[in-house]
Design a protein around this ligand. Structure first.
Ligand code: APR
Length: 271
C-alpha cells in the first residue's frame, strides 16, 4: 500500500492503469464537488445535513407529500444544471472514449459524467464513441430523467417543475400517474442488470480506480472488493481516508479534479 507524495503515488497508479487489462472507475459525490455540487455527507455542506433522507428520498415520502419531494428535486435539478463538468469528469470521459476496456460505475445522479462524455465525444468525433455510453453505468439513476410512478414510461427532461399543487406536478402521458425522478430511493432496489454489469466488470478488471466516495453505501462500496478478490489492484482518490483505504494499493489524498487528469492522462493505449 503506497501513500505518499501525490506525484510519486500518482505515477505508480498511472503505470498500473496503463499496464492493466480492464479498468473500472467507481465514482461518488466527491468527483462532482469540484463542480460545486454538494456531497451527501460533508459535515458542513452535505445535502443530508439540511434534510432527513426519510423525509424526501423514499417512496413513502413521495406518496405522502409529492410536492415536498418534487420541490427538493427541482432545486437539485436546477443546481446541477447550473453546474458544469470539471477536469475530473473530462479526464474520465476521455479515458472511457480511448480505452474500450474501461467501465465507469457512478453513484452520482447529477448527469455530469454523461455531459462530459457528450462534450468530449463531440470534440473528438473523429475517434467515435466506441460504445463509451454503454460502458457508463449509473447505479443510483439520473436526476434529469423522469419515470412514471406506475408504468414503465421514462423521459429525459430538464424543465422546471411547478410544485404548487399535485395538479401541476409532471404526469405520465401514457397512464396519467405522477412522474418522479428516475433515481433509486432509500429502501428501493437498484437495477439488477446494472448492478450485475458493474460487479462483472469489476471482477474482470485488473485495476479499480475509486474516486470521491465515502465507501459507506453498499452495494456500490463492495464493487472495488470484487476487483481485489480477482487479484486486481485498487487506486483511491479522496482527500480523506475511507473504509476502502485499507484495500487500496495507492491512496492519493487529493481532489479528483486535480488528481484524475494527471493519473488518466496519456493512458489511452496499452503499453
Ligand atoms: N475529490 C475527491 N473526493 C472528494 C472531494 C474531491 N474534490 N471532495 C470530497 N470528497 C470525498 C469526501 O471525502 C467523501 O469521502 O467524497 C466523498 C463523498 O462522500 P458522500 O458525501 O458520502 O457521497 P457518496 O460516497 O457518493 O455517497 C454514496 O450515498 O446518500 C447516498 O445515494 C447517495 O450516491 C450516494 C451514496
Amino acid at each position: 500500500m503506497a501513500e505518499g507524495r501525490p506525484s510519486d503515488v500518482g505515477l505508480e497508479a498511472t503505470q498500473a492503469i496503463r499496464r492493466a487489462r480492464g479498468v473500472v472507475i467507481l465514482t461518488g459525490a466527491g468527483v462532482s464537488a469540484d463542480s460545486g455540487v454538494p456531497t451527501f455527507r460533508d459535515p458542513v455542506e452535505g445535502l443530508w445535513k439540511h434534510y432527513r433522507p426519510e423525509d424526501l428520498a423514499t417512496p413513502g415520502a413521495f406518496q405522502r407529500d409529492p410536492c415536498l419531494v418534487w420541490s427538493w428535486y427541482d432545486m437539485r435539478r436546477q443546481a446541477v444544471l447550473d453546474c458544469h463538468p470539471n477536469p475530473g469528469h473530462y479526464a474520465i470521459a476521455r479515458f472511457l472514449l480511448h480505452r474500450n476496456d474501461a467501465v465507469l460505475v457512478t453513484q452520482n445522479v447529477d448527469g455530469l459524467h454523461a455531459r462530459a462524455l457528450e462534450e468530449v465525444s463531440t470534440q473528438e468525433k473523429a475517434r467515435g464513441s466506441s460504445g463509451a455510453q454503454d460502458r457508463m453505468l449509473h447505479l443510483h439513476g439520473d436526476i434529469l430523467t423522469l419515470r412514471c410512478s406506475r408504468c414503465s414510461y421514462r423521459e429525459r427532461n430538464r424543465d422546471r417543475v411547478d410544485t404548487s399543487s399535485e395538479a401541476t406536478l409532471p404526469s405520465c402521458r401514457t397512464c396519467g400517474a405522477l412522474l418522479r425522478p428516475a433515481v433509486v430511493w432509500f429502501g428501493e432496489m437498484l437495477d439488477q442488470g446494472v448492478l450485475n454489469a458493474a460487479f462483472e466488470a469489476a471482477a474482470r478488471a485488473q485495476v479499480c480506480l475509486v474516486a470521491g466516495t465515502s465507501a459507506v453505501v453498499h452495494p456500490a462500496a463492495s464493487i472495488p472488493q470484487a476487483t481485489a478478490q480477482g487479484g486486481g489492484s485498487i487506486v483511491e482518490v479522496n482527500p480523506e481516508e475511507t473504509p476502502l483505504s485499507r484495500l487500496a494499493q495507492w491512496q492519493i489524498r487529493e481532489g479528483a479534479g486535480v488528481a484524475l487528469p494527471r493519473i488518466l492522462s496519456g493512458v489511452d493505449e496499452y503499453s
